[in-house]
Design a protein. Structure first.
Length: 168
């Protein structure tokens, strides 16, 4: 039996599991957190994630956002926010990049860019984490970004920027 050893970090509300299994096979793992934003300040939680990646010999970690993500769209459409840490992270990105990336742009372009910025931020957080940064490098785990659009049955792997990271 060939093991995929892939872990997909997804938002539970985007319901991407079946969509991704159709593309990557049934032998993959999922870690869910709202907006696919891990809580890097929760040490015990991160220890469990690291233990899991070690035990399952994970070789690839995919950060995944769907363009229909309720958190991304809630922020773009200025809807009601729930006060989650993950929302705050996305709001900060939206405000920081509003004039350069979002103002007067078509909705799909905004959704795609917000997903891309969120994924890149998650990569940065993981690689700068004292628990994960050096572990990822030492274990030769490949990090990838994936933006899906279930509505149009599409997925796009995005190029992640590994420059300017302080891998601890």
């Amino acid at each position: 039996m060939i093991e995929n050893n892939k872990l997909f970090i997804v938002c539970p509300f985007s319901c991407l599991e079946n969509f991704l299994k159709e593309r990557y096979g049934n032998d993959i793992f999922f870690l869910t957190f709202s907006a696919a934003v891990l809580q890097y300040n929760e040490f015990e939680y991160l220890c469990r994630v690291k233990d899991f990646t070690t035990r399952e010999k994970i070789k690839s970690i995919y950060f995944v956002n769907d363009t229909s993500c309720r958190f991304i769209n809630g922020i773009i459409n200025q809807g009601h926010l729930s006060g989650l840490i993950s929302e705050n992270s996305i709001v900060d990105l939206y405000v920081e990049h509003y004039f350069s990336e979002f103002k007067d742009k078509p909705l799909f372009q905004q959704q795609f860019k917000m997903a891309e910025l969120n994924i890149q931020t998650q990569l940065n957080e993981m690689m700068n984490s004292s628990l994960f940064g050096s572990y990822i490098k030492e274990s030769a785990i490949e990090l990838k970004g994936l933006i899906t659009s279930k509505e149009i049955n599409a997925s796009t792997e995005i190029k992640l920027n590994f420059n300017n990271l302080n891998c601890r």
